[in-house]
Design a protein around this ligand. Structure first.
Ligand code: PMT
Length: 223
């Protein structure tokens, strides 16, 4: 039994990948399985938190004992998260959100015609940045999936998006990132590197991350 360090706290976790529709049967998505976000949700529940998951497309089952809100697109994820933001103490954004979506969503299945097809894409809303700009005391944790210059990009995201922590994920490292049961992450705070976690299960990664969050929240309240 874990220590109930998050008892009474409302934790909102995003998990999985968004799906951006092209037509009724086709969409753009990514390899996120939901494993990382679900592991965080489960670990938070075991620490006594009241947990809600906003989940996109996932390939594993969510944990029991938590609320699950299903969404498809980045826009729907934004709306679902915004609706619950004011009532959340901790928000952890482990989802892999599409950066671009098709400009036109065809209402009927697209027909084959020319040899080449160009899909026009437009930027999606940046959910993490939107939350960062609207912060009212929430503890905001972002992820950063990078393949190079991990520290520089992580610190840049932390500052630009007003996060309290950034979990940097070198998704090119063995046993790390999308769709595997393990991860290798470095946790950054406003002061720089907080902890570099070695290769471990996503469950264990989640427990270690939540321990850092709980300690910082405790310090915030006592200081
Ligand atoms: O689900 P799994 O298979 O277990 O894989 C886990 C994971 C690799 C998906 C996860 O550990 C991870 O790294 N998630 C973040 C992936 C990502 O989209 O990273 P990014 O660097 O593109 O985005 C940075 C942050 O901004 C993320 O917190 C993301 O949720 C957020 N974002 C991104 C784009 C956007 N339009 N809105 C956002 O809020």
């Amino acid at each position: 039994r874990q220590e109930q360090k998050l008892a009474g706290k409302k934790v909102l976790v995003t998990a999985g990948g968004t799906m951006e529709r092209i037509d009724p049967v086709r969409y753009i998505t990514n390899d996120s399985s939901g494993k990382m976000g679900f592991a965080i949700a489960e670990a938070a529940r075991l620490m006594g938190a009241d947990v809600t998951i906003v989940a996109g497309r996932t390939s594993v089952q969510p944990p029991g004992g938590v609320k699950v809100v299903r969404v498809e697109s980045a826009q729907q994820m934004l709306e679902a998260v915004q609706a619950r933001y004011g009532d959340s103490d901790i928000v952890i954004k482990a989802a892999a959100v599409a950066d671009y979506r098709p400009v036109h969503v065809h209402s009927r299945k697209m027909k084959k015609s020319d040899d080449k097809l160009v899909l026009e894409l437009e930027k999606t809303a940046d959910i993490l940045a939107t939350l960062g700009a609207a912060k009212q005391g929430q503890f905001l944790v972002g992820f950063a999936a990078e393949t190079d210059q991990v520290e520089q990009y992580a610190m840049d995201k932390l500052n630009r998006k007003h996060c309290d922590l950034i979990v940097a994920n070198d998704v090119s490292a063995d046993g790390a990132g999308f769709n595997v049961d393990t991860n290798v992450v470095q946790v950054y705070g406003p002061e720089g590197l907080v902890e570099a976690l070695p290769l471990m299960s996503k469950r264990e990664t989640a427990v270690r991350l939540l321990a850092i969050i709980a300690a910082r929240m405790e310090r915030r309240h006592s200081g």
